[in-house]
Each structure stands twice: as C-alpha cells, then as structure tokens.
Design a protein around this ligand. Structure first.
Ligand code: SF4
Ligand code: SF4
Length: 352
C-alpha cells in the first residue's frame, strides 16, 4: 500500500483484529465471507462467525461467490401488488443516508468490481434504487492480497493485490501488524471509538512495502488485455470464435460467479389475488436470454453466446465506459467445468 491513498496510515496489531470485528459488529450489520456447505459467500455474520472466533489474525480468502450479491442479489422482490391495485415497493429501495452495513474481508478485485457495477446501476442517467441504497449504506473493508491465487490476473486489468479502488478501509500486512488506511469518510467512521491503532512509523511502512513488492511478483504473468481489446474491436466476424468457444457447455457458471456480470431478468409471480415482481440474475450464456417471441434467436448457438460474453466485457463495455468489465479475480478460470480460460481467449485475440 506504500504511501498511496488519501488517508493517514495507521497500524493495528494482528492480535487486535478480532476486537475490531467485534467493535464493528456492535454498531453495524456485518457481511463477511461465510462458509455455506463448502461454498463461501458474503452474508450477514456475527463477529464470531468470521473464521470462528475472536482470535482472528488474518483475513478470509477470496470468496467463491462474488461480493456483488450483497448489492445486487441473485433474486429479489422489487414490489408486490394485489388485485385491488395496491402496489408496495420493497423497503430495500428506500433512500438511505447513513452507513448501516460493513462488508468485511473483501479482496481488492471485488472492491474494484463495485466501481464497475456503479457505472451500470448508479449512472448519471439511470439509478437503480435497490442497488444505490445498498451501496450507500455499506462500507467496504478490504484486505490487500499478500499471496494472490494462481488464477489471479488483476494487474493485467488495471488493478492489483494492493489496489485501493472501491475500498473504504484498507488493511495490508506489515509484519506482525496491519497497516490500516481509511480511504473515505465511511472508512474513517469505522475506526471511530476503536483505540487499538497508532500512527504508522517508518518501519511499519517499510514492512508493508516489502510485502506489497512480494505480492506483485506473485500475480500470474501479464495477460495481453490491451492488445486483445484493440483486436476485438474488429473481430466480431473473425473465424477465431469457431475455435475459442468450442469447449463451452453454456452452463453460465462464469457469469454467475463473475463479480462484474450484471445481466438480469424481471418476471411476475402472480395469482388472481396478487403477486410480486421479481428480479433474478440472468446470463448471456443461456439460449433463452435473447430468444424473441417470434421464435427467432439472434444468438442461436454457444458460439454467438460465448462471443457476447467476451465482447461485452472487453469491447462494448470499454466503448461505453472506458474500462474493461473484468477485475481479473480468476473465478471464471477456476470454476469453469471444462477449463475454458478467459486469459487464453484474450491471448488468442491479441495474437490475431
Ligand atoms: S463456465 Fe465455462 S463451460 Fe460454463 S458457460 Fe462459462 S465458459 Fe462455458
Ligand atoms: S471475467 Fe472472470 S476473471 Fe474477469 S472479473 Fe469476471 S470472473 Fe473475474
């Protein structure tokens, strides 16, 4: 983390991390990676649920399910209605102006992903009230990654194991302690009333810099994202798609687990008496995603659907927002059942 960031660097002993979690849990709803049947996901947690105790000394690993679901849930009721015409909008859409939740144990790629979702759900010309309320009411506490995973390629998409983008409070290893940097007013607020921190000295900053330098060397080699992005602009009809998609099963695991994928479907679940309007995650990898009422499907095979996923992330999103819609978390690499590796796909297009 070095001297970057807007906030003053503080130091917290690793032994005090459990006490800090309890301090947070006393005032906020804590959301942290919880093991559910062998799958980790961000969900409401008690202080003792986080790695089981108050003697917590290290942060949870990257969760299997992405952080996005505490802002953009897999399914949610938008409003209910009845036959008499009464409509009740879900309380989650109500505007908020205070921090009531803390996402604790976030990794930098997931924190960064929020700033991409903001471009979709909290844009100047469209604001999704459900998402915006959850974002405004949530502070993000991130832990830098001293040991990035084998599938991580965050440094190839503008991030890094110590990237501060999207975080409100950042923890980074500094020997036996953490360097703690508040990066926003939300982050400053979380430290209020917690006294077991002191200002960082030169030795703390040097230890943190050493850990950061080691982490940087552990992220997998450069994926040629920029070269792929420039080639993809003219590659819609390229024969390379015939090859790169071939293994794909169309299972959509890559999109559901992706922290930046944000497509959804909206449907009504109703009886004669009333019902509810529900939003669910959807995926461009499914044939129904683009099936027209006429029966025509403009993306009739897995090839077109796979192309859509790659083009949206590395071409259309770039054209619309100036950034790739990928944070290099590696979830799609690690969880694809046929090992269809997005890094290899980008290499193939970069080499055209
Ligand atoms: S996870 Fe793999 S097989 Fe499944 S849709 Fe994605 S690329 Fe295809
Ligand atoms: S495309 Fe893959 S590596 Fe990139 S953010 Fe999504 S899941 Fe992570």
């Amino acid at each position: 983390m070095g001297e970057r960031g807007s906030g003053k660097a503080l130091v917290m002993s690793k032994r005090d991390l459990g006490a800090f979690v309890r301090h947070l849990a006393a005032s906020y709803t804590l959301l942290a990676p919880i093991d559910e049947g062998g799958v980790t996901r961000f969900a409401a947690a008690g202080a003792d649920d986080i790695r089981g105790s108050g003697d917590l000394e290290s942060a949870p690993a990257l969760s299997k399910r992405p952080l996005k679901e505490i802002f953009f849930p897999q399914e949610e009721v938008l409003f209910t209605f009845d036959a008499g015409g009464k409509v009740e909008v879900a309380a989650s859409a109500a505007p908020v102006d205070e921090v009531t939740r803390v996402a604790f144990g976030v990794r930098p790629c997931d924190a960064r992903s929020l700033t991409l979702l903001d471009l979709v759900f909290d844009a100047a010309d469209y604001k999704d009230p459900y998402y915006v309320s959850r974002r405004r009411s949530t502070a993000v506490v991130t832990f830098a990654c001293p040991e990035p995973g084998v599938a991580c390629f965050c440094t190839s998409v503008g991030g890094g194991p110590y990237d501060e983008t999207g975080s409100d409070l950042m923890f980074a290893e500094a020997g036996e302690a953490y360097l703690v940097r508040p990066l926003s007013a939300k982050g400053e607020g979380l430290l209020r009333g917690f006294d077991a921190v002191r200002e960082a000295g030169d030795a703390d900053l040097a230890a943190a810099r050493e850990a950061e330098a080691k982490a940087a060397t552990r992220v997998a080699g450069n994926v040629p994202v920029d070269a792929a992005v420039s080639k993809l602009a003219g590659a819609f009809g390229d024969a390379a798609w015939d090859d790169v998609h071939r293994k794909c099963l169309g299972c959509a695991v890559c999109t559901y687990l992706c922290p930046t994928c944000h497509c959804f479907d909206i449907g009504d679940e109703a009886t004669r008496a009333g019902g509810e309007r529900v939003r669910n995650w959807d995926s461009c990898m499914f044939p129904l995603f683009t099936l027209h009422a006429s029966g025509h499907n403009p993306r009739p095979s897995r090839k077109e659907r796979f192309r859509q996923r790659i083009m949206h992330k590395f071409n259309y999103f770039v054209e619309n927002n100036g950034r790739v819609a990928c944070v290099g978390c590696g979830r799609c690499v690690e969880n694809c059942p046929v090992n269809l590796d997005v890094r290899k796909v980008l290499e193939a297009f970069a080499a055209l």
